[in-house]
Design a protein around this ligand. Sequence first.
Ligand code: SAM
Length: 470
Amino acid sequence: MAITVCLQYDDVEHASGWLHRVFGATQLSWHETDGRVSEAELDLDGTPLLLRCATAGDVVPPPVQVPLLVTVEALDTTYRRVLAEGSAVTGAPEPDRDGRRAFTTTDPQGYRWTVTEATVTDVDADRLLGTLTDLCTPYAVRVLATLRVPDRIDAGVTALEPLASACGADPDALGRLLRYLAHRGVVSEPEPDVFTLTGVGRLLCDRGAPGQRDWLDLDGLGARMDLAYRGLLHSVRTGTAGYEQVHGRTFWADLDAEPALRAYFDALMMSQQHVTAPQVAELYDWSGAEHVMDVGGGSGALLAELLHRHPHLRGTFVDRPIAAEAAARRFAAEGLAERVTIVAGDFFSPLPGGADVYVVSRALTDWNDRDASAILRRCADAAGAAGRVLVVEVLPTEPYVPYRSPFDLQMLAVVGGRERGLSDFRDIASAVDLDMTTVLHGRAGLTVMEYVAARRTEPANVGEGTRVSS
Ligand SMILES: C[S@@+](CC[C@H](N)C(=O)[O-])C[C@H]1O[C@@H](n2cnc3c(N)ncnc32)[C@H](O)[C@@H]1O
């Protein structure tokens, strides 16, 4: 049985943002009606929440006072977030009748949420610390994926001896690994020395497109990125990437040196561009542009989408030489070679001038503020007084992205970069005299920010644009 709490709100989107920012609720899906979010499905630490727009047909008019009780580990943090939202509170957290600290707040619709501090026993804390610090399980899962054990089991090789021989593994050692992972719910052992996959184990089968298995493969780029956390101590001490400490060269130099790693990275970027590029092509008004330059264009998927969708455009693609070679092949295969100029270059050096729009998509997150501003300066210099600079990012502070993701620390450890919110993107651009003129929101946090040279705008002139419907 599963129970879903369903609450009615006048503004589902605003309420979803509040629940995300205050309690860390993750938005799983949403529906739009007439351009407004009419329903959103959220996950509140395992509890499903359904937010619905009040409609004439609904029986219960909001707000209805149901007791909403939440238990959180870090009460003071939640209290601070509530105050930051400007939401009403009953007072500072104080002990309830069971001696647990609590406070009550009111959400944007007027629902009252009582927030209580979790009482963590020493045993719970010990168990939690064990889970937080365990390295055995993450490595055991990666070894399973690297040896492609799930694929063999899926293909019917379930007995230990033939499984070990198919994977090139020691039967005794593989048996110990599998029994440990049976204990963790990744495989089952229905009879001695015979193994089957659980739902988790099936996720580790090869599915063709870059997926979980490829990421976890210890010979691949995903694992190299994960292992950069071994350099996190260095990162936290210095504020720079840990990747080089662990792997002997920077992330970008690693991709330059190993075509297979670069190909994997491009495929990964491309799978994201399949979601984001059509939105960028739709959201922004490309009618006034003729020439677009994609700076740090990666797989080339964004520029290709723009050129396919807007036949009046021509493009210039700029990226490191190995990426430029692969992108050139892609543009040729898609019949776009005549419309694209390829530049194997460096976005910290002067960029070719003459384009109407300079796009920097999902590249600034890879850099610290100083370097991100330097890239924008190159774009601004090349764009001149008449051109525009367009930054495309998925913003972590938007409600659609799980803010508990480790992405910010991953950026620090792997490339020395960082996640940023809208105001951060305004700041790194204004440091190089670019004014943010328009912000367009797409799905799942995708945000398109347009900038022009500062002297052409009043600083406050920022227009919020449309949202792409789902
Ligand atoms: C995170 S990827 C984003 C790729 C693409 N814009 C997208 O949205 O899918 C960052 C890109 O910046 C490129 N890059 C890194 N350092 C660069 C440099 N110094 N000059 C030009 N491009 C660079 C990388 O090769 C990579 O393709």
